[in-house]
Design a binder for this molecule. Sequence first.
Ligand code: NAD
Length: 243
Amino acid sequence: MADYENIVILTGAGISAESGLDTFRDKGGIWEKYDLMELATPEAFGRNPDLVHEFYNARRQQVKEVTANKAHHALVQLERHHPGKVTLITQNVDPLHEEAGSKNLLHMHGELNKARCTYCGAVHIWRDDLSQADICPSCGQTGNLRPHIVWFGEIPFHMPEIEDCLKECDLFISIGTSGSVYPAAGFALTARTAGAETVELNLEPSDGENLFTTKHYGKATKVVPEYISILLRGGIEESGQDI
Ligand code: NAD
């Protein structure tokens, strides 16, 4: 292993694409089929909770049919075998990182398989359909459960912890994200400013391409296992060199 102590990884929808989950912005992605402002904002939920539940119920059913892929598993190997600290931050709301076995994992945009009570604040595992008729197992109130998802206009989870991790990391790896949603899109710059090497593994150059010193473009199931295997063998790569 090269001289990296603290590794921080940021993943986005691209790492789950080959498991069969749509990304947001790619051609044919989720947002071509649905109107974002009718679904993923607190105002949309206030206006039409049934429609928002319908959308997330469909996503929750979909994740039951897919499994983690080689890229998710490669990150588990890194966490298990790296002698230092590995922190995995995901923008994904699917459960594939934890299903693969990742432990030090922060879901900054929430989790599909959880529901939160807007009355008492309790968060519960929720793998099946959610509706306005459901009762909060903690407070017994009806009609206050919502998907435990960070919607547009809401503050992502775990931000203080994430900021601390970025400031102390010496290797930052961005995987399968377009770099178009803030604050996640700013993480590479924070890490770089703190002196970290920055790596992009994506299908194509992201919006923040210039922030990365090392880049590998291709499908996540190919480039992620290859890069992690080099890292675990202690390889140090030249910037931009193909794997
Ligand atoms: P995005 O759709 O904006 O970008 C996806 C990126 O992945 C693109 O840059 C694309 O080139 C790349 N990509 C596509 N297929 C790939 C593959 N096979 N291998 C490697 N890279 C591939 O998604 P994002 O950057 O994560 O950002 C936006 C939001 O999308 C996040 O807030 C996240 O919560 C949400 N989202 C999550 C899921 C999920 O949980 N699986 C799915 C869709 C969207």
